[in-house]
Design a binder for this molecule. Structure first.
Ligand code: NDP
Length: 370
């Protein structure tokens, strides 16, 4: 961060990140206050493609910094260690990372490995007495998610899930509008989440490592989005699965699922989750007094949206920068984003995914109790 412009950007980004927490009304109030408090010392686990995005975004964080690395690939430990200035003594592999318990330079581990590994890794991190940040989906089913919640509770550490949209300015503004009653009674949500997946040999198409297919990876955004856009949790689901390429999408790996959710107020959601179609990143919600449409709705941004009151104009800020500063505020100050990102929130989505898989298999309506 050599230039004055970069310095100012860093201040502004961090101010936005902090002010997202608890005071949406003052979301974008500029401030030149410099941050004096503690920084969240984070070890990244699983140095793959998303971890690279997180690591770059964290260079602009004010309250969080990378102090540790955990990887199964020694050359990455060296390369990332040099790039992000992580001391050699703070670099670990999957065999020896329990030793972080004796390392005061690590407060939290951000698990960014394949979904099927999150549960055991999270339990080990909790047992080492460090806070756990887990990527979504938190595990491969609700039982795994609950085991993670229980382990973190027993170890008295926080468990946070990488729901970056809960910190994203336009999304936060829409949730605030809904809370303020600007859409009236929410009635209907439509979520379309999908892309065409490439390499058939990747872990995302391996049932054991991924826990499923598109639903675990991208469909989860429509589930989570339906809940924060409507402001309720579903009480039933129905689902229909289609598979055009059973060679690529083996048993237990979903290619395309359409699903419906019913909510206590009578609101309904109709969603599509797919690994077989592009240009699907769209949310629409209508209530008794207004509507919102967002497209793109959950990509890395900029998010774009319109409501009955006009275009959403909140500025784009790198999601992962806001998320990590926001998570530091949760851990250090006990603050909460507009919609929680804790383990319990993650378990709700996992319970809904379990029910959708059951509904797709049986063809019936499945009750959900989150
Ligand atoms: P990648 O395949 O790019 O990276 C995963 C990394 O995990 C690997 O590079 C490897 O790192 C490590 N790893 C450990 N064991 C294995 C294994 N058996 N097979 C493959 N990799 C292994 O995946 P992504 O970074 O795209 O995804 C990781 C997680 O992040 C997933 O849970 C995914 O859902 C989530 N994600 C979230 C996004 C979001 O927007 N919130 C976006 C993209 C992904 P190493 O060599 O260092 O051990």
């Amino acid at each position: 961060m050599g230039t004055r412009r970069n310095f100012l950007e860093k201040i502004t980004i961090s101010t936005v990140g902090l002010s997202l927490i608890n005071s949406p009304a003052s979301l974008f109030a500029a401030s030149n206050e410099t941050y004096q408090g503690p920084e969240l010392k984070v070890a990244l686990m699983g140095l793959g493609s998303y971890a690279g995005r997180v690591a770059d975004a964290m260079q602009d964080c004010k309250r969080a910094k990378i102090t540790g690395l955990i990887s199964g690939t020694p050359s990455k430990l060296k390369e990332w260690g040099d790039k992000y200035d992580v001391a050699e003594k703070n670099r670990y592999n999957y065999e020896n990372f329990d030793a972080i318990k004796d390392n005061p330079e690590i407060d939290a581990v951000y698990i960014i490995t394949p979904n099927g590994l999150h549960k055991d890794q999270a339990i080990r991190v909790a047992k080492a007495g460090k806070h756990v940040i887990s990527e979504k989906p938190m595990g491969i089913n609700a039982a795994e998610g609950q085991a993670m919640v229980d382990a973190c509770k027993a170890a008295n550490v926080k468990l946070l899930i990488g729901y970056r949209m809960h910190f994203e300015p336009k999304t936060v503004a829409v949730i605030q509008m809904r809370k303020d009653g600007e859409f009236g009674q929410p009635k209907f949500f439509q979520g379309q989440s999908g892309f065409v997946i490439g390499d058939p040999t990747q872990w995302r198409l391996d049932k054991k490592l991924a826990g499923g297919g598109a639903m675990m990876d991208i469909g989860i955004y429509s589930i989570n989005g339906a809940r924060y856009m409507l402001g309720e949790d579903p009480i039933w689901v129905t689902a229909q699965e289609t598979k055009t390429d059973p060679e690529k999408f083996k048993e237990g790996v979903d290619e395309t699922i359409q699903f419906q959710m019913g909510f206590p107020s009578g609101a309904v959601a109709n969603c599509l989750s797919t690994y077989a179609m592009n240009n699907l990143d769209r949310f629409f919600m209508t209530g008794s007094d207004g509507f919102v449409e967002m497209q793109p709705s959950t990509g890395y941004g900029p998010i774009e949206g319109n409501t009955h009151k006009g275009k959403l104009t909140q500025p784009h800020v790198t999601h992962q920068t806001l998320q990590m500063d926001g998570m530091a505020a949760i851990i250090f100050d006990g603050k909460q984003p507009i919609v929680p990102v804790d383990g319990e929130e993650g378990v709700k989505d996992m319970k809904i995914i379990d029910a959708i898989f059951e509904a797709a298999k049986t063809g019936g309506k499945v009750d959900v109790k989150v």
